[in-house]
Write a protein of this length. Structure first.
Length: 319
């Protein structure tokens, strides 16, 4: 497993260096001409616009953090330090690794809204899927290194969920499923047809514009969060062993669930995206934000239950 992890890390490092120079998007806007956007240029544009915090977020998550994460994974792969220390750092970078996709999702939003427009046209370039592949390879390497650690702790069987937690899970399902089809934003720009975009509609448009980017959106922003919520729901059951397996599955799915990254990207786009295309906030963004908040509450409730010890007889009596 460590050999496979080293190969994945080497490939991820090479791709992370390459995408600093390879364009993500080509944007052709009336009166502005044809421009190519790379990963560093997106952060520079935000800085020049005076949005310093957003520029630092993009640069930190998508430029600096991927290399810091790779350094930690390479250190762990060389089996330096104690097993406990390696496990701690692998857990830390594993839980944060998906945030490197922030700039990819920002570019995906712009692509989904303006692809094949008459006055504003956006085309994907090879840098976009390459960077997504680089992040995915680093996540895979982290999973392999964790699996190779002999001292990796297993999830403790949690207590059964309280009635309040079950209601919270039910509300999360209602808000998330509703938010998938509700309009997130509406185009209000004379250069483009007035149209509303839901998360499912945006994913379908991206699939037509670029299969790799569409797959990224469908898999990690829609499917994986739904699977993680299903694992959370399964962990609310009373069978200790089944609940423990569901909790472990939720932990692993959480590393690939990018709904929170997408919501942040959507917020950044609503604040700064008017430089490319003017949009209006719609109810789907509010519903999606509420669904994410409830999802995080449900996740924290599970983690709290995992920290509580179950009576030994109850654990032994589980199927």
């Amino acid at each position: 497993m460590r050999a496979a992890a080293r190969i994945a890390l080497a490939a991820s490092l090479a791709l992370n260096i390459a995408v600093l120079f390879i364009p993500f998007l080509r944007v052709d806007a009336v009166l502005r001409g044809d421009e190519l956007y790379t990963l560093p240029r997106s952060a520079i544009l935000l800085w020049d616009a005076g949005l310093y915090l957003l520029a630092l977020l993009v640069a930190g998550f998508s430029i600096v953090f991927p290399f810091a994460k790779l350094a930690v994974l390479l250190w762990a792969g060389r089996e330096r330090g104690s097993a406990e220390r390696r496990a701690l750092w692998l857990e830390r970078v594993g839980s944060l690794g998906r945030w490197s996709m922030l700039d990819v999702l920002l570019a995906a939003l712009l692509l989904g809204l303006t692809n094949d427009g008459f006055f504003v046209d956006t085309e994907p370039r090879i840098g976009l899927p390459l960077f997504a592949l680089a992040v995915s390879l680093s996540l895979i390497a982290g999973e392999l290194l964790e699996a190779a650690e002999d001292g990796h702790a297993r999830v403790r069987p949690p207590r059964a969920a309280s009635p309040g937690e079950r209601i919270l899970l039910g509300l999360t399902w209602v808000f998330l499923l509703t938010a998938l089809a509700a309009p997130l934003l509406n185009i209000d720009d004379w250069r483009l047809p007035d149209d509303a975009f839901s998360l499912l509609g945006l994913s379908g448009g991206l699939w037509r514009a670029s299969r790799p980017v569409g797959f990224l959106m469908i898999a990690f922003v829609v499917a994986v969060p739904l699977l993680e919520l299903a694992a959370l729901t399964a962990s609310a059951g009373r069978a200790p062993r089944r609940a423990a397996r569901a909790a472990e599955l939720r932990r692993r799915l959480g590393r690939w669930s990018m709904l929170d990254v997408f919501v942040l990207a959507l917020g950044i786009f609503l604040v700064e995206g008017h430089a490319f295309v003017k949009t209006e906030l719609r109810e789907g963004t509010v519903l999606l934000s509420i669904a994410l908040f409830l999802h995080l509450l449900s996740r924290n409730a599970l983690e709290a239950r995992l920290r509580r010890r179950r009576p030994a007889a109850e654990v032994a009596g589980g199927p």
